[in-house]
Design a protein around this ligand. Structure first.
Ligand SMILES: *[C@@H]1O[C@H](CO)[C@@H](O)[C@H](O)[C@H]1NC(C)=O
Ligand SMILES: *[C@@H]1O[C@H](CO)[C@@H](O)[C@H](O)[C@H]1NC(C)=O
Ligand SMILES: *[C@@H]1O[C@H](CO)[C@@H](O)[C@H](O)[C@H]1NC(C)=O
Ligand SMILES: *[C@@H]1O[C@H](CO)[C@@H](O)[C@H](O)[C@H]1NC(C)=O
Ligand SMILES: *[C@@H]1O[C@H](CO)[C@@H](O)[C@H](O)[C@H]1NC(C)=O
Ligand SMILES: *[C@@H]1O[C@H](CO)[C@@H](O)[C@H](O)[C@H]1NC(C)=O
Ligand SMILES: *[C@@H]1O[C@H](CO)[C@@H](O)[C@H](O)[C@H]1NC(C)=O
Length: 275
């Protein structure tokens, strides 16, 4: 009987031990969960705000109640396992509708490394300049979200960025220019600005960003001669500059062992070969 009891007790200990070791991840910080809830409240859910047929309102489950008290468990939220700070927010295709500005509580999430808000309806807001304060950002995706106006210079300060996608928005990139925007983004690997009104030549600085693997600049009103150095980027796999009618350029000779996998040049004025 005593043996039994001891055995049971030791099982119980074991249970407590394993249980406590699995809950060592710190809970969400209170200021961050309240910033997230404020962000949620600044939007409404609209059925036609996203075009992806599998879109659903991820923020609906966000509440400070019972089991869902910990914002690190909320749909679309990712926390650092060590510090508990929110480092990722993925609300792509979440049927969000509403305006956003630099006062948004979003910009209190100072540790964000990933911000994915693609395929929502931000009601022709400008991209808030406070985005430049999210200095830890590695990945920013605001594609297809009805952002309007000039792309702010502050994006050029996000020097940790490896992936930037602002495509398919009624945005302009004049001041700053494309060159100014990207010149200090030395870690950038994926750059997508398709359908943004750029209306300039392609700046040579793109050829100085050695991490680039993918450049998507479809239908941007680009003209002039495409810098041949871009084809020599050591990791470039995908280049899409189609539907830039007045963009000229020459294709270099490609080696089969080279990194380039996909080239889209339809609707440009490229010539097949350098003579
Ligand atoms: C969504 O529907 C409303 C009317 O209910 C309309 O005014 C709005 O333009 C639509 N938004 C989009 C992105 O189609
Ligand atoms: C959408 O933008 C218009 C024009 O700026 C504004 O009047 C309206 O309040 C905005 N709607 C929402 C839900 O933010
Ligand atoms: C931000 O909030 C401050 C204080 O509430 C207000 O004065 C300012 O107009 C707001 N800015 C924007 C862009 O809404
Ligand atoms: C962004 O950072 C600047 C300088 O650190 C600060 O003055 C400003 O208030 C910050 N803006 C926001 C929206 O946090
Ligand atoms: C950005 O998000 C859209 C929609 O979810 C997706 O199709 C696209 O591939 C993303 N861009 C990058 C660079 O991952
Ligand atoms: C890029 O970095 C250089 C050197 O640090 C700096 O002088 C320049 O202002 C930066 N450009 C942009 C657009 O941030
Ligand atoms: C291309 O150049 C021609 C001649 O200069 C001009 O008429 C046309 O509008 C330009 N096309 C675009 C898409 O910029």
């Amino acid at each position: 009987m005593l043996m039994h009891l001891l055995f049971l007790l030791s099982c119980f200990d074991l249970f407590i031990l394993t249980n406590s070791s699995s809950s060592t991840q710190p809970l969400c910080h209170e200021d961050e969960s309240s910033a997230l809830l404020q962000f949620k409240q600044s939007f409404s859910i609209r059925e036609n705000a996203s075009i992806d047929p599998s879109a659903y309102p991820k923020v609906k489950s966000w509440k400070l109640q019972g089991e869902s008290n910990d914002c690190c468990l909320w749909d679309g939220v990712e926390c650092d396992e060590g510090t508990g700070h929110v480092i990722g927010l993925d609300l792509s295709s979440s049927l969000l509708y509403g305006s956003i500005n630099s006062n948004s509580s979003l910009f209190r999430l100072a540790d964000l490394q990933r911000l994915h808000l693609a395929d929502n309806d931000f009601n022709y807001s400008q991209i808030p300049s406070a985005i430049g304060n999210l200095s830890e950002l590695r990945s920013l995706n605001l594609s297809l979200s009805l952002f309007n106006g000039q792309i702010p210079l502050e994006i050029s300060m996000l020097t940790q960025l490896t992936s930037l996608d602002l495509s398919w928005n009624p945005l302009k990139l004049h001041k700053p220019s494309l060159g100014t925007l990207v010149q200090n983004l030395t870690r950038i690997s994926e750059l997508s600005l398709s359908n943004v009104i750029i209306s300039s030549e392609v700046p040579d600085v793109l050829a100085n960003l050695p991490s680039l693997t993918s450049i998507l600049l479809e239908d941007c009103g680009l003209h002039g001669e495409f810098p041949i150095g871009i084809f020599h980027l050591p990791k470039l796999q995908v280049l899409n500059v189609r539907f830039n009618q007045n963009l000229t350029g020459y294709l270099p000779e490609f080696h089969q062992s080279g990194p380039v996998k996909k080239l889209k040049l339809a609707g440009t004025s490229f010539s097949a070969q350098m003579l």
